[in-house]
Design a protein around this ligand. Structure first.
Ligand code: PMP
Length: 284
């Protein structure tokens, strides 16, 4: 694989980052994951905008290559011959010469790393036909989940708790209400209405979420952005998650309770189809 590190395209075995990098020592970094379909990037503009916001919220300097990020994404897709897959991008506060809680000097260059993940069949995932089983776990993350930081230990633990329980993923619950999935936003459908938690510092402002809610409204579905409980989702007709890598994925079971007849529902399938069609058309 050819990867990008601080201005250079290199074989992955030759790419190096300092042991003093702030992300390595303190999770002081932000990231984005953009999907690739037909060799093109899905909603790059949305990801670039959220990245800029994450950097701003953490007082992190924009790297000099910021305006070239689209070209860098495209070049990596080309060099690695990706038809379907993902591009991972990470920017950290850089690598001062030592460990220190205080931010490094202003002139410390951010670390910029990008790599591709080849995933043939990403859009045709079997999970879209079988649906996902979800368990609920306490949301024990920090209070600024709207910033897309590389601080992913708790989501990783949540995913492992799900696997151990024979499920596919976990929805996190805070004060009795679902926040989001370990790496996705969470929804249920009752009648013609989609319910999902409103945007705040409690959840990541999903790029896929914004697109899917727009398409849903255009398709005359009702959208309600509010808190909801696991019990309410269990009693729903359908449920689903969204993310840049999973697109729209049906949920068929929550904490052992099957939704509807326990198979993926029609409305979620339709939303997935619309999302994939429209995203492919707008890809860059
Ligand atoms: N919530 C969390 C916690 C996530 O990690 C992700 C994916 N990175 C999402 C939601 C979905 O965001 P997006 O649609 O932008 O991938």
């Amino acid at each position: 694989r050819t990867v990008y590190v601080n201005g250079e395209y290199l074989p992955e075995t030759e790419a190096k980052v300092s042991i003093f990098d702030r992300a390595f020592l303190m999770a002081d970094g932000v990231y984005e994951v953009t999907s690739v379909l037909d060799g093109k990037l899905i909603d790059f503009a949305g990801h670039a905008k959220r990245l800029e916001r994450s950097l701003n919220e953490l007082d992190m300097r924009k790297p000099d290559c910021f305006d070239d990020l689209l070209e860098i994404h495209r070049e990596l897709v080309r060099l690695n011959d990706i038809d379907e897959g993902l591009v991972y991008l990470q920017i950290t506060r850089g690598a001062p010469g030592d460990r220190d809680f205080a931010f490094p000097p202003e002139d410390t260059a951010p670390t910029v790393v990008l790599f591709t993940q080849n995933k043939p069949g990403l859009a045709d995932s079997p999970a879209a036909k079988t649906g996902m089983k979800i368990i609920s776990v306490d949301d024990l993350r920090w209070g600024r989940r709207d910033i897309k930081t590389v601080q992913l230990l708790y989501p990783s633990l949540g995913k492992m708790m799900a696997k151990k329980a024979g499920a596919d993923d976990a929805w996190m619950v805070q004060d009795g209400f679902v926040t989001e999935g370990t790496s996705n936003n969470a929804y249920f459908i009752k009648g013609n209405k989609i319910v999902t938690r409103a945007l705040s510092n409690d959840i990541l402002h999903g790029i896929t979420r914004a697109a899917v809610l727009r398409f849903a409204r255009e398709a005359q579905m009702e959208v309600e952005e509010r808190n909801f409980t696991i019990a309410e989702a269990q009693a729903a007709d359908e449920a689903f998650i969204t993310s840049a890598s999973a697109f729209v994925m049906p949920v068929v079971e929550i904490d052992g309770v099957a939704l509807g007849d326990g198979t993926p529902g029609k409305r979620v399938a339709r939303l997935r189809e619309i999302y994939l069609d429209e995203s492919r058309k707008a890809a860059v």
